[in-house]
Design a protein around this ligand. Structure first.
Ligand SMILES: Nc1nc2c(c(=O)[nH]1)N=C([C@H](O)[C@H](O)COP(=O)(O)OP(=O)(O)OP(=O)(O)O)CN2
Ligand SMILES: [Zn+2]
Length: 146
């Protein structure tokens, strides 16, 4: 896959899994400060997900790569992100609901982490990287200081 740059997460888990995936989606930023991004336009989002843990499941998986893809690509591919509940911010409303690269990365993290917490082998998501354009990407890591 293009654009393989992976900032490392330092941790003490035995296993670290990385999944690359992409999805095509449209969005607009509903803010008077967003310049041309206020207009609907599209991207091929390129995503890298890092998951870690100490125990494997009965398949010998930390988590099934296919499930990770289904949760992200299956939700967002060929959609208008602003139509999703998690991004349906009002114009100049709550910026935490705008489909910026930052909020897309955080939302993917939250979606994956909710799924991982349902698994008996207890994997955890350490990092989500979302690349929106060839020159722009965001790394999201959960705040472990809280
Ligand atoms: N911090 C953020 N800044 C911007 C975001 C964002 O999500 N977070 N989004 C946009 C636009 O949606 C746009 O799609 C991407 O902008 P940009 O990287 O500026 O795109 P260009 O191709 O024009 O950038 P070049 O530097 O010319 O390659 C804007 N800002
Ligand atoms: Zn954009």
């Amino acid at each position: 896959m293009l654009f393989q740059y992976y900032p490392q997460c330092f941790h003490n888990y035995c296993y670290e899994l990385n999944k690359d995936l992409n999805f095509s989606a449209a969005h607009f930023i509903p803010s008077s400060l967003a310049g041309k991004c206020v207009n609907t336009h599209g991207h091929t989002y390129i995503v890298n997900i890092t998951i870690a843990g100490n125990e494997l499941d009965r398949s010998g998986f930390l988590v099934d790569f296919k499930t990770i893809k289904e949760l992200v690509h299956g939700t967002y591919d060929h959609t208008l992100l602003n139509d999703q509940n998690e991004f349906n911010g009002e114009f100049d409303g709550d910026p935490d609901l705008f489909p910026t690269t930052e909020i897309v990365a955080k939302t993917i993290y939250e979606k994956l982490q909710a799924y991982l917490q349902s698994l008996a082998n207890n994997p955890t998501c350490l990092q989500v990287i979302v690349r929106e354009t060839p020159t722009s990407y965001v790394v999201y890591r959960p705040d472990t200081n809280r």
